[in-house]
Design a protein around this ligand. Structure first.
Ligand code: SF4
Length: 415
């Protein structure tokens, strides 16, 4: 087996704690070989297995594991464990189940590894350091690796400006460095990044020599430091808030749920969108964890962002940036700079949903647990929901950036 150069997140731990969350949230699409293997496992011969219950569902040219009536995987047992794993061991499961919550992305000659924060153990940083799981990750990487990964073109650095892998990764390192500046509040770090990307993309990046790019990164970062200290954010515009609430509505939707959306679901999505845009009265309830609360309540403050909350938000951003989980094939074909802007919006959305969870529980103070839960809901969709990859959703982030509302929203949401 050829060795693959893996870039691992050094700040992240993970082990599965068998909460069964992923088995309730994801549609598991399988290959023909996996279908044959699972069909041959003889589930219908088990005592008590309902005869009418199939284990595979065909959807056009694709096929997936069947689900129970509540949407959970057909193989999830009463103890919240996987029946395939229990009877035949971990390698007998579909690849999609074995890879989750990891995500692998081509990065020149190697692969970067990122994680999905929809898994509560990832969000809470529980388990073994990822850097100690190299053997398992090598095996998974071999299984998911596209044959031509080493020849893949890098994502654009800025929209319309493609550079070499080396220079793109220099941009990634620069972003990671800006995210990890010590003793600077996260809100200030993110506002500097918003200014820096705007300045950077005005330069002819593809035409710069290596040392020129490095010098420009430094120079414009110094400029962003100076501008942010004198331009602390104002209130978002009315249009910015409408666009933001629309984004919230999409990030909390459950539309990668393991069943096909019905016409009723589609109508709900449209009607919820109208109500989020208006922002009056009570919120819709697009997610089982979120109750109807007054939009006006969510505009208020729910307390300070504690150091633990900042640390979680920072780790989230750094894992996504280091793992290239924000641009190119990993995120709707976006450029690195547009990808980091989408993540700035995600942070505002996560904080808003954190308030919503607290408010759903009748509280006016948010907690670290609320933030963890909000992150699992929002990251379930980020870079995966088809609704967030449409031109109107991607254009919304660009518009919020152009109007200056992206940094204002961060401030308005509590950073
Ligand atoms: S959501 Fe995470 S912790 Fe829970 S079962 Fe899935 S991988 Fe394990």
């Amino acid at each position: 087996m050829a060795h693959i150069a893996l870039e691992l997140p050094t700040i992240q731990n993970w082990s599965c704690h068998n909460c069964g969350g992923c088995c309730r949230q994801h549609a598991i699409y399988i290959t023909d070989a996996e279908r044959e293997r699972i069909t041959a496992q003889g589930w219908h011969d088990l005592p008590g297995w309902p005869v009418e219950r199939g284990v595979i569902v065909r959807e056009g040219s694709r096929q997936r594991l069947a689900t129970r009536e509540d949407g959970a995987c057909i193989f999830l047992d009463e103890q919240g464990l996987c029946r395939i794993h229990a009877r035949f061991g971990e390698p007998a499961k579909p690849l999609a189940c074995r890879v989750y919550p990891y995500a692998f992305h081509p990065a020149g000659a190697g692969l970067t590894v990122s994680l999905r924060f929809s898994c509560p153990s990832v969000a809470r940083n529980l388990g073994r350091p990822v850097t100690e799981q190299v053997t398992d990750l090598q095996a998974l990487a071999q299984a998911v690796l596209p044959a031509n990964y080493a020849g893949m073109a890098p994502p654009e650095l800025a929209r319309g400006q493609r550079v070499t892998w080396e220079r793109l990764l220099e941009g990634v390192d620069a972003l990671d460095g800006m995210l990890s500046v010590p003793h600077v509040p996260l809100g200030v770090r993110l506002q500097r990044i918003a200014v820096w990307t705007g300045l950077m993309e005005q330069a002819p990046l593809a035409a710069l020599r290596e040392e020129q790019l490095a010098a420009l990164i430094e120079l414009l970062y110094a400029e962003s430091e100076a501008r942010v200290s004198s331009e602390r954010a104002a209130i978002p515009s009315g249009m910015g808030l409408r666009l933001f609430r629309l984004a919230v509505g999409q990030y909390v939707r459950h539309d990668t749920f393991a069943r096909k959306p019905t016409w009723r679901d589609r109508w709900d999505f449209v009607w919820w969108g109208v109500r989020f845009a208006r922002g009056k009265g009570l919120t819709p309830t697009p997610h089982p964890r979120l109750k109807a609360v007054a939009f006006t309540d969510l505009a208020g403050t729910f307390g300070l962002v504690t150091p633990e909350m900042e640390a979680l938000l920072t780790r989230y951003l750094r894992v996504k940036v280091q793992g290239l989980h924000l641009c190119g094939r990993a995120a709707y074909g976006e450029s690195l700079f547009d990808g980091i802007r989408s993540l700035l919006l995600v942070i505002s959305v996560v904080l808003y949903v954190t308030k919503w969870i607290a408010s759903s529980g009748g509280r006016i103070q948010w907690t670290l647990d609320d933030l963890v839960e909000a992150m699992t809901i929002v990251d379930h969709n980020h870079a995966y929901s088809p609704a967030l990859g449409t031109s109107s959703s991607l254009g919304r982030v660009r518009l919020l950036n152009t109007t200056g509302d992206l940094p204002r929203l961060l401030n308005w949401c509590g950073l």
